[in-house]
Design a binder for this molecule. Sequence first.
Ligand code: ZN
Length: 218
Amino acid sequence: MSGHGNIAHVITNAPDFYPVNVGSTDAWLEFTCGICGTAINGAVIATARDLPVKWIRCVKCQFGSVVNGSVQSPAPERGESVDGLPDGIGAVYGEARRCLGVAAYSAVDLLCRKLLMHVAMDKGAARSLTFGQYLDHLQQIGYITPPLMPWVDHIRKRGNLATHELPTPSEDEAEDTLAFTAQMLRLVYEMEFRRSRYLAPIIAKENEPGEGAPQARS
Ligand SMILES: [Zn+2]
């Protein structure tokens, strides 16, 4: 029961103090820690009896969270993790995941648009293009594949609106926008990152017979 141990409880003279056994089901709560991201049984340190409030301690990182009704703080990141992202892009993607966790759906939308523009520029697009032109660039260099096209068309229609005209997306729309962005990031960065872990970089050798253009597979 390490999650409940080594804690100073402020109970002396507290009114209506009510002890709960650490072995009872009320002493534990399945949750995803908003600090270390682990899905785990958290130790319920305290529960308010007059409001739906629980104070939880993660048994892995030992830090605390509060669950107010259905809202957890700090909120866990939602969406899928993507490996191999450059620092700046990884930071913005993490921010978008945290925004989805706290139901900030317009922020998810705007951050994903920003991410797609960052990726396009990282892959050779000029600065100061329109959002649609950045999408065109990603499509021209092959990162937007046919299965992604219907979603790109949807994003493009929203992208034609000025930021102040954008309707607030629903939770499902924000979740789908983040999923599309994750797929793009995976195609652009994670595949190369995974390949680089197992294979040496492809370096063309000059003046060496048999090297040069790749051979067609039979
Ligand atoms: Zn934790």
